[in-house]
Design a protein around this ligand. Structure first.
Ligand SMILES: *[C@@H]1O[C@H](CO)[C@@H](O)[C@H](O)[C@H]1NC(C)=O
Length: 319
């Protein structure tokens, strides 16, 4: 059957060539991931999630159980099976459908003698903007009354400080409209004029929803200055690709990041969904400095109170 298709395609010139490309991408992921996996394993060795220098939260999605699996430093005490090798976690979270193969591994909880099997892909399918996932982890810590956090109410989002950095999105070129899409079948929704409408729609909308939600909640709580979203939504061509790792393109991406620092802080307009510069004129660079100062003060305070630091222990003793 497949051979017959190939033959049919060969007779059809340019249209046929495009179809051949489609057929190839229907046949497996764009990359086999061998080189990436080799580099990741070499760099990360046997380091596990409990050995990172700061708390981290990495979303993945298990396609066997159809559940998000969140690898969180906060969670491993409660669920030791999640204390996996960082290399396995990184390979999983980069396994974007159609680009890289899904990743499976087994992790053992030596103490309980239990093991858990994972079948993971990139958590972008459920949390393309992971800000809420991170906030969830902190909220759970507060519920469990971790001594590292102030005794605040779990949903006191006004006390949260959120820095959310996007990885850049393509400028909306209004490529599709209802008239076109009205005629689309399964294949057209998956691949149309060089893009993937269905995937674009899902990733864009799920990411935007999080920004929308955080923007509305922080404005309602009058804490909008504590929510900084930095994102470049004006990228075109190769700049907006997710898998072009030439030296030239990586340098270009650094430049895009540098330029972004100088741009004014922007916020999503809750009426029309556009990401618009604020009137205050504060640049992203200034805002990052302002928030860094608050973070640094907060850290010093926490270290003084926490039973997990030597300074904190001494203070407790004195108290
Ligand atoms: C991390 O967990 C492993 C068990 O999986 C343990 O052997 C190791 O000592 C732990 N490291 C730290 C820094 O807690």
């Amino acid at each position: 059957m497949f051979l017959f298709w190939v033959e049919l395609i060969c007779c059809r010139g340019i249209g046929g060539m495009m179809l051949a490309k489609v057929m190839r991408s229907l046949g497996g992921p764009k990359y086999d991931g061998k080189y990436l996996h080799e580099v990741v394993r070499q760099k990360l060795g046997d380091i596990k999630l409990n050995e990172t220098i700061t708390n981290i939260v990495i979303p993945t999605f298990d396609i066997k159980t159809l559940q998000p699996i969140i690898f969180s430093s906060y969670q491993i005490k409660k669920t030791p099976c999640l204390n996996a090798k960082l290399s396995d976690i990184c390979i999983s979270t980069s396994a974007a459908p159609t680009y890289l193969p899904a990743h499976s591994f087994i992790n053992k909880d030596e103490e309980a003698g239990k093991e858990e099997e994972f079948n993971l892909i990139d958590g972008g399918v459920c949390a393309n903007n992971p800000a809420l996932v991170a906030m969830n982890e902190v909220t759970k810590q507060i519920i469990n009354q971790s001594p590292d956090f102030f005794p605040i109410k779990p949903l006191e989002y006004g006390r949260f400080l959120i820095i959310s950095i996007g990885t850049g999105t393509a400028k909306n070129e209004e490529k599709f409209n209802a008239q076109m899409a009205a005629k689309w079948g399964l294949l057209d929704w998956l691949t149309h004029s060089g893009s993937n409408p269905l995937i674009d729609v899902f990733t864009q909308s799920s990411g935007d929803m999080v920004d929308f939600h955080l923007s509305a909640v922080t404005q309602a709580l009058h804490s909008e200055d504590n929510y900084l979203r930095i994102q470049d939504d004006t990228l075109t061509g190769i700049d907006s690709s997710v898998d072009i790792a030439t030296e030239e393109n990586l340098k270009k991406l650094c430049q895009i990041g540098e330029n972004l620092l100088k741009k004014p802080v922007s916020r999503v307009n809750l009426e029309n969904g556009h990401f618009e510069p604020l009137k205050s004129g504060e640049t992203n660079e200034d805002a990052l400095k302002r928030l860094a100062k608050i973070l640094s003060q907060e850290r010093r305070l926490r270290e003084m109170r926490s039973p997990h630091t030597s300074r904190g222990r001494k203070n407790r003793h004195l108290a």
